[in-house]
Design a protein around this ligand. Structure first.
Ligand SMILES: C[S@@+](CC[C@H](N)C(=O)[O-])C[C@H]1O[C@@H](n2cnc3c(N)ncnc32)[C@H](O)[C@@H]1O
Length: 486
């Protein structure tokens, strides 16, 4: 036993010291997007060592093979071992309530039966997430969505997880918040496993897909296709740049007014610039512009006490285990904050640095899902920098996340008052005004943003836009203006 663990330790040390290790690590991150491993050499080396042991291959030869191989075969098996597939049925139950009470009814009303409902679970792991959706549809939206009137596409990079998902076979661990009645109603017992009943599986199809490399082509052929996308607890392992790129592509895949649901600790600012946060029922989702106006949607709060016969999805007595994911923002330095939007940034370096530090801290807290701390920090930021539009801007985005639209609008108005030249601030202000139903004010704000962007080239990075380019912001503004003219 001691000999085995000593030799494992030696193997890992040899991998870490090998000149190919850094290149292989880079390649794995580039291919999978898993920035998570950038600062986890030990874990990565451990997985490589395990693969070598299983295959009885010397580490040097194995790493050389992996560097030379195309992304299939053993490379794919290594990727399977590197992904984190933590999942369970009805994870974040409040999001399933939001889907049931607001999102799905809104999509059905918007489509008026003209086409099937299309849902995509991106990063579905072993299938608990798409199957939870299928159960919601079967329990609450029959017969409207019977006979192919709804489809759920579920994709993942992990082939092993997809094979399990396809079988619909789960352990107690993946059903750990579900009560016995629910299990018996939806599953049959097969030894240690629970097998999902066939009629819940019919609407779900599984496909292999690597979000880091395949999504651009997928978005081209599926533009405007999906009503709802779930990508939960996947982007937390990616870099902010990849998150931005994926959000743009998800937005491209969504139908006008379509919804994106993410996990609780996903990077917020990257997403909120592209899709509007909508707060309801104690949770939040993002929505693409262009569908039914927000004020026409029944944003009813979830009512946990009122349970319908089918609402045995989650047994309230079975509290979920603490989440295992470690958000990317806990080990990646927070995104470099955009420069202060006012001139004093360059003339008073110390003051500017402390503003930037404050902004970075707020972002860091928000990206890690610490919303109440982020809100407190944003308030303190305002007190410390009362003349900085950047402080009002970030305060507004945090308020928007909390559903305090009036506060958000007020803070954006102050940011504009202090500096009229930031297109992204006018854009966010217009979004708030539109939600309040003030179309004239919104039109003016969007026009201001368009005018400010006019001289800028398409690929110009918009200050404070978290990587958003002038071309992309123009497209987003156009969608809003078209929505208003309908
Ligand atoms: C923590 S699980 C989340 C599962 C489910 N969405 C949930 O929240 O319960 C993350 C999933 O993302 C998948 N994943 C990681 N990188 C991916 C990539 N580049 N493309 C597609 N899926 C990826 C992993 O294989 C894993 O199944």
């Amino acid at each position: 036993m001691i000999a085995a663990s000593t030799s494992r330790h030696d193997g890992i040390t040899a991998i870490l010291a090998h000149p190919d290790f850094a290149r292989l690590k880079r390649r794995i991150i580039d291919v999978t997007g898993l920035q998570y491993y950038d600062e986890r050499d030990q874990v990565l080396a451990d997985r490589i060592e395990q693969r070598c042991n299983q295959l009885n291959r010397p580490v040097a030869a194995y790493m050389a093979d992996m560097l030379a191989s195309a992304a299939g075969g053993e490379f794919s098996a290594l990727v399977d071992d590197l992904t984190i597939g933590e999942t369970y049925f009805f994870r974040y139950p409040e999001q399933f309530e939001l889907l049931r009470q607001v999102v799905i009814p809104e999509r059905l009303a918007d489509q008026q039966g003209m086409r099937p409902l299309r849902i995509w679970s991106a990063g579905c792991a072993s299938g608990a997430e798409p199957y939870s959706l299928a159960i919601v549809l079967a329990d609450h939206f029959q017969p409207a969505l019977a006979n192919g009137r709804a489809s759920i596409l579920a994709t993942d990079i992990n082939r092993h997880a997809l094979a399990q998902a396809h079988e619909g076979r789960f352990t107690d661990w993946e059903l750990r918040t579900s009560g016995d009645d629910f299990k018996r109603r939806c599953f049959t017992r097969d030894g240690r496993h629970w097998v999902l009943r066939r009629h819940f599986r019919q609407s779900v199809s599984f496909e292999h897909q690597n979000l880091a490399t395949d999504l651009a082509a997928f978005a081209q052929t599926n533009a405007g296709h999906f009503d709802i996308i779930l990508c939960r607890n996947v982007m937390i392992y990616f870099s902010p740049a990849l998150t931005r790129r994926l959000t743009r592509l998800f937005a491209q895949c969504l139908a006008p007014g379509g919804w994106l649901l993410v996990g609780h600790a996903e990077p917020y600012f990257e997403i909120a610039n592209i899709l509007s946060p909508v707060v309801a029922g104690g949770t939040m989702a993002y929505r693409k512009a262009g569908g039914m106006p927000d004020d026409a949607i029944a944003l009813r709060p979830a009512e946990p006490q009122r349970r319908s016969p089918a609402d045995d999805w989650v047994n309230p007595a079975l509290h979920p285990e603490p989440e295992l994911e470690i958000p990317v923002s806990t080990f990646v330095a927070p995104a470099v904050p955009a420069p202060s939007m006012t001139a004093p940034a360059s003339t008073a370096p110390d003051a500017a640095r402390s503003l930037d530090d404050d902004m970075a801290r707020i972002r860091h807290l928000a990206d890690a899902g610490n919303w109440s701390e982020a809100a407190t920090a944003a308030e303190q930021g305002l007190k410390r920098h009362p003349l900085e539009p950047a402080a009002y801007y970030i305060y507004a985005l945090i308020a928007e996340h909390g559903g305090s639209m009036a506060e958000a609008e007020d803070a954006l108005g102050r940011a504009v008052y202090l500096d009229r030249s930031q297109a992204v601030v006018h854009y966010h202000l217009g979004r708030c005004q539109l939600r309040r139903g003030d179309r004239r004010a919104a039109q003016k704000s969007f026009d201001n943003a368009i005018r400010l962007l006019a001289p800028r080239p398409v690929d110009w990075t918009v200050p404070f836009g978290d990587g958003l380019t002038a071309g992309e912001l123009r497209d987003l503004l156009q969608i809003h203006l078209e929505q208003m003219s309908r």
